[in-house]
Write a protein that binds this ligand. Structure first.
Ligand code: COA
Length: 284
């Protein structure tokens, strides 16, 4: 399907619900009766959803959450593991590819800002999309766990990488090796999520953050997150070169000429202070 066709169609999925609200696309994993466990069917739908939302003007910020009382109980033990036991090698690989495609490959580099809103249970495989979102808010009451060891497996896919990229070794290994659970407050304390708030305030706080991001130049937001991930594994020399190339690329693609506006408004018009807020994206 061409990108132009992707934009106009409606979103009708069995395992994912999409709601647009004035620039925010609320994307809910929607298998509440299975605690939003990620089945192959759900993963295939999410591959499609991300492709389409990336070019859909109704989506300025994507919020990933779960329907009902779970964010996601992780990979579907029945549909993803048990049913794959007798499958052919190509089937297994194709199934895994869908999962990895949306859970980190696309999500991490999604053009628009992404926020994970962890409303409840969050286990195992769900750590990958959680960590792949740019920002994350959790309910204090949410329950997190790296439960793989409890059911006889080492965390797979990119769960371990997700853990290692966001948690200190002492915390990551503790929860990977014990399979113990922790709540949203602890997740925030460890830096796994940005912030934890009472469940009753979670949607309001998430919307407030999303609306704040919607006010910022999207070209710069994308450049900043791409650059952040890009420099992670580079040496200082390569990182500097890559970083500067990204700065120039953002200037080149920035139709609203943010840098010129920012400099003019601070240096000549004296209408704002960059240390205390953003430039006026109009002509101010
Ligand atoms: N895979 C497949 N099915 C799952 C699932 C998963 N990861 N998590 C929950 N379900 C299913 C249950 O089998 C049950 O299905 P059923 O109604 O057909 O019996 C249904 O969802 C509800 O689960 P239940 O355990 O009754 O809900 P709960 O609210 O009491 O407990 C959890 C919630 C999340 C604590 C519990 O379901 C659980 O431990 N899930 C597995 C978590 C896990 O280890 N995930 C790691 C995967 S990588």
């Amino acid at each position: 399907m061409a990108h132009s066709e992707l934009k106009s169609s409606t979103y009708d999925y069995e395992n994912v619900a999409i709601e647009f609200d004035d620039g925010i696309a609320w994307v809910s994993l929607n298998r509440p009766e299975k605690r939003n466990a990620m089945s192959p069917a759900l993963n295939a739908e999410m591959v499609d959803v991300l492709r389409r939302l990336e070019v859909d003007e109704r989506c300025g910020v994507l919020v990933l959450t779960g329907a009902g009382e779970a964010f996601s109980a992780g990979m579907d033990l029945k549909e993803y593991f048990r049913k794959m036991e007798g499958a052919s090698r190509p089937e297994v690989l194709a199934t895994k590819r869908d999962a990895y495609q949306w859970q980190w490959r696309h999500l991490k580099y999604f053009f628009k800002p992404t926020i994970a809103m962890v409303n409840g249970w969050c286990f195992g495989g769900a750590f990958t999309p959680l960590v792949s979102c740019d920002l994350s808010l959790a309910a204090e009451e949410a329950t997190f766990g790296l439960s793989e060891i409890n059911w006889g497996i080492v965390p797979g896919g990119n769960v371990m990488k997700a853990v290692a990229s966001k948690m200190r070794q002492s915390d990551g290994l503790y929860y990977v090796m014990t399979g113990e659970v922790f709540d949203g407050r602890k997740a925030a304390e460890m830096g796994l999520v940005n912030e934890a708030v009472p469940l009753a305030e979670l949607r309001t706080r998430t919307e407030e953050l999303a609306r704040r991001l919607l006010k910022i130049n999207p070209v710069l937001l994308h450049g900043a997150k791409e650059c952040y991930h890009g420099v992670a594994n580079l040496d200082w020399h390569s990182a500097e070169d890559y970083n500067n190339a990204k700065v120039e690329q953002a200037i080149l693609h920035d139709a609203e000429c943010g840098m010129q506006k920012g400099l003019d408004q601070f240096l000549e018009k004296k209408s704002f202070r960059p240390g205390l807020g953003g430039y006026d994206r109009g002509d101010g």
